[in-house]
Design a protein around this ligand. Structure first.
Ligand code: GDP
Ligand code: MG
Length: 301
């Protein structure tokens, strides 16, 4: 299966649920009136597009319907597609412009950080880049073992310390190794303990300090991983993390197992942080850079 087919298959649940509801709604109207907009707004909200975003989409729809003199409810679907595509905006690729570049992956437990790092390092390795992964989730030994299995699969190096050691010192060692080995990308796994914001903030600041000391002027991506199956809860997590970290991009995981993929629209609209990667399964190549056009096509066609 090609990338697009995989994304399409991954988004099938979201498409069937969200677009199914929208199409049934549009079919049930013979003309465009205020009731249609109101029901559409409700439908968007029940499709895990947050209240504010749903409202913005419908306001925009109203004004375009008016401006373009559209009267057929079925034409609303195309307008909706345009508006959503514009909201998602141009894709922003990962900044890997320096050697090394550093990627910190943050997010709560179970969202798919370690798995995504495995997939991403495999992809970068296949592009001919030299990758080191830092096992800076030192909270549980099993987390380090899991990452090691992935790096073996991906064919990339890992820097690890013992369970319970200081995450920042793992990052320090990974950056020293990166300099010695002329590594292109250093990807750091972290433990996401959101229940203690102060600790999380301190830990992230300490890691960023080490990164800037050890790799001055390097491109640093702070990617927040969010589990799409958790719907609006993922949006809340994004808001909380955004308060403590300078997030440069979102990784949206598990799009294959969810009818709630619509949250990608609220996340982009709400946080103004671009979605940079999406994952659509548990296999090593189930990862893609986010592509607005493909995403919207997969959802609407
Ligand atoms: N279906 C599906 N499962 C995923 C995806 N990404 C991760 N997972 C699963 O989610 C679970 C938690 O992943 P893990 O990487 O350990 O999360 P972490 O705690 O954030 O490091 C594992 O069982 C993964 O296989 C995905 O894109 N699709
Ligand atoms: Mg993990």
């Amino acid at each position: 299966m090609g990338f697009f087919e995989k994304l399409k298959a991954g988004l099938k649940k979201t498409k069937d649920s969200m677009m199914g509801k929208i199409e049934r709604l549009l079919h049930s109207f013979t003309k465009i009136d205020e009731d249609l907009f109101e029901e559409l707004e409700e439908t968007l909200i029940t499709s895990d597009i947050g209240v504010n975003t749903a409202e913005r989409i419908c306001d925009e729809l109203r004004s375009r319907v008016k401006a373009q003199g559209i009267t057929d409810p079925m034409e609303v679907k195309d307008l909706l597609k345009q508006i959503i595509a514009e909201m998602l905006g141009e894709e922003v690729p990962l900044d890997l412009s320096t050697t090394p570049s550093v990627i910190l992956v943050i997010g709560v437990n179970g969202v798919g950080k370690t798995t995504t790092i495995g997939k991403l390092s495999y992809q970068l390795h296949n592009e001919g880049k030299k990758v080191i992964v830092a096992a800076a989730d030192t909270f549980r030994a099993a987390a380090i073992d899991q990452l090691e299995v992935w790096t073996e699969r991906a064919g990339v190096d890992i820097i690890k310390h013992n369970e319970g050691s200081d995450p920042a010192s793992v990052v320090f060692d990974a950056l020293s190794a990166a300099k010695a080995r002329k590594t292109d990308v250093v990807i750091c796994d972290t433990a996401g303990r959101l229940h203690n914001k102060k600790n999380l903030m301190q830990e992230l600041q300490k890691i960023s300090r080490i990164v800037h000391q050890q790799a001055e002027g390097c491109a640093l991506e702070v990617l927040l991983a969010l589990d799409a199956t958790t719907g609006q809860n993922a949006v809340n997590q994004a808001r909380q993390f955004n308060e403590v970290a300078d997030i440069t991009g979102i990784i949206l995981t598990k799009l294959d197992g969810t009818a709630k993929g619509g949250i990608i629209i609220s996340i982009t609209d709400d946080l103004k942080v671009p979605v940079k990667l999406v994952t659509v399964g548990e296999k090593i190549d189930d990862i893609q850079p986010f592509n607005t056009h493909d995403f919207v096509e997969a959802l609407f066609e």
